[in-house]
Design a protein around this ligand. Structure first.
Ligand SMILES: Nc1nc2c(ncn2[C@@H]2O[C@H](COP(=O)(O)OP(=O)(O)O)[C@@H](O)[C@H]2O)c(=O)[nH]1
Ligand SMILES: [Mg+2]
Length: 244
């Protein structure tokens, strides 16, 4: 593929300490890269910062969402925006450098590799060469169990079902009707993974080293985590009853 457009979407909530540096690194990957920050009107002024920087950088965009707050809803709107702007490839990633920009070109290249067609590439902690942040034994057990639960319940054969670092062919997002994504929060990750696998679209994983955020604070709470796991059950139920 030549002369294509790659849009990196980054949902943000209070990422003023990270977002400009991350955007700079992403835009430095090449002229075909653009960045869309999908901010939920963060109190720390994340969207204002990006808007100001965007005045001198036509490849940097920001969407300031005032209603309907959530990682999932923001992610959905960002995908729709990227498709409307004619993206050929859409990357989604966190703002906190847990998902390092250096992996993005490898993920994009993986989409193009000849052989079995791939429509989604995951930045994966679960394949050889990949690793998770070291958060202790208990956390590691939870991660393994969560992956097992999702793999079995949704029947998806990938190693890192919870990776929110992904590279999408635009056609894949259209095929799974990304505009109809219903997960308000982080369960968007599993919802879109499930829909992609069910559509019979090839999924590949490339190894990444996931590191904990250095600046800013995580928004993840136990409540959000549990809601995510019930969404997985709901997805399976919807599939069984023909509502998906
Ligand atoms: N737009 C938007 N982004 C969010 C929201 N919650 C989290 N994010 C972003 O989603 C990404 C992952 O969130 P983070 O708090 O790091 O979650 P964790 O890595 O699971 O601890 C980061 O870029 C956050 O800024 C939200 O409510 N709205
Ligand atoms: Mg994080």
């Amino acid at each position: 593929m030549t002369a294509r457009k790659i849009v990196c979407t980054v949902p943000t909530y209070n990422e003023a300490e990270n977002i400009l540096e991350l955007s700079r690194e992403l835009l430095a990957l090449g002229p075909e890269y653009e960045v869309l920050v999908a901010d939920d009107d963060s109190p720390d002024g994340t969207s204002r910062l990006v808007e100001e920087a965007g005045r001198d950088e036509p490849r940097l965009h920001v969407m300031c969402r005032k209603t309907d707050r959530g990682r999932g809803a923001a992610g959905r709107d960002a995908f729709v925006w990227a498709l409307e702007r004619g993206a050929d490839v859409v990357v989604e990633m966190d703002a906190d450098f847990s998902h390092h920009p250096r992996y993005v070109p490898t993920m994009v290249e993986r989409l193009d590799r000849p052989g079995a067609e791939v429509g989604l590439v995951l930045g994966s902690r679960g394949v050889e060469g990949g690793s998770d942040a070291d958060r202790g034994v208990l956390r590691r057990i939870v991660t393994v169990l969560a992956n097992l639960y999702i793999r079995v319940l949704l029947g998806v054969g990938v190693k890192d079902c919870n990776s929110g670092f992904r590279c999408w062919r635009a056609d894949t997002l259209r095929a799974i009707h990304v505009e109809k994504t219903f997960s308000q929060g982080p369960a968007i990750v599993q919802e879109l993974l499930f829909k992609t696998a069910r559509a019979g679209i090839g999924i590949a994983e490339v190894p990444i080293e996931f590191v904990d955020r250095v600046r800013g604070e995580s928004t993840l709470t136990l409540g959000i985590l549990i809601r995510g796991y019930t969404t997985v059950l709901k997805l399976r139920w919807m599939a069984v009853t023909g509502k998906l």
